[in-house]
Design a protein around this ligand. Structure first.
Ligand code: ZN
Length: 288
């Protein structure tokens, strides 16, 4: 068994694996290590024939605050991990390293987890922000606690949405535009009404509810579950999801390049609250 530092890997019931984000002190923000450990854990569960259902949960009051913007030298860090894609070029000049990194650990991982051929259940409490959505949207079932809130505020920082641009498929086209244009939170109740969340439960019952759902699913044949998941995912992809995802990823890279030319930063730093700018040590100097 691998030694994980940022997540926990558990078997809380027969045929069930549970992966728990375990950086509550950072509101489970995602650095490179956490994402690789998460990917290894999904592989572990996928490759274990005794596991039928995978639960993704999080320790602490909030599910995830998104990507860890405080990570130093993120491109150099890529060499510490075994990459799963073949694009590579993580220390290349210009826009290449950025695109390579995001293709590998952001859209690459989220697509990979979406296609893990076993049912996955996300158990979400508290805030689930930006990159947090890229962990729960790839899951098949989402169970939310009554205090769960979901938001993608990155339009405030000059980018058209997170890398795994699943918004229109999760909440519908009109609501996707509203949540992106305004950066407002969706409540658990609203997310359920829109079909993004399967079930809402009191916070203290969240893990039990995920296990209850998992127990029902583990009674089925694993082969039937794999075939069913593939059939539903393909149904969504033939409606154009996969192509739309590629286009939105290219637009996302254009936005990073734009802000890099203006501010030498991947985002529009003027959109961040002043205290965040200060915490990140940002010195804003516009080029030209
Ligand atoms: Zn990005």
């Amino acid at each position: 068994m691998k030694e994980f530092q940022t997540i926990l890997y558990e078997n809380p019931a027969q045929h069930v694996a549970r992966i728990v984000l375990n950086r509550p002190e950072t509101r489970n923000s995602q650095d490179t290590r956490l994402l690789y450990e998460l990917n290894d854990a999904f592989d572990l569960a996928a490759q274990d024939d005794t596991v039928k259902v995978i639960i993704l949960a999080a320790n602490g009051p909030h599910f995830s605050a998104g990507h860890d913007l405080r990570e130093q030298n993120p491109y150099q860090k890529m060499s510490e991990f075994e990459t799963v894609g073949t694009w590579c070029g993580f220390t290349c000049a210009g826009a290449e390293a950025q695109m390579a990194r995001e293709k590998e650990i952001y859209i690459g991982f989220s697509e990979r987890w979406r296609n893990v051929p076993k049912p996955t259940i996300a158990a979400v409490q508290g805030r689930c922000v930006a990159g947090g959505l890229m962990l729960v949207w790839p899951c098949d079932i989402i169970i939310a606690s009554d205090d769960a809130q979901f938001s993608d505020p990155v339009v405030s920082f000059g980018i058209g949405g997170v890398e795994f641009f699943q918004h229109p498929w999760e909440v519908g086209v009109r609501k996707a535009k509203e949540m992106l244009f305004t950066s407002d939170f969706l409540s658990a109740e609203e997310a359920k009404q829109l079909g993004m969340v399967n079930q809402i439960v009191p916070k203290e019952k969240l893990q039990d509810a995920a296990l209850e759902m998992a127990a029902k699913i583990t009674k089925k044949s694993l082969f039937a579950l794999k075939l069913t998941k593939e059939a539903v995912n393909v149904a969504q992809d033939v409606q154009g999801r996969a192509q739309a995802m590629q286009t939105s990823f290219a637009l996302h890279q254009l936005a990073h390049t734009h802000w890099s030319k203006l501010y030498n930063m991947l985002i529009d730093p003027t959109g961040l609250p002043p205290e965040t700018q200060k915490a990140l040590g940002m010195k804003i100097e516009k080029k030209g």
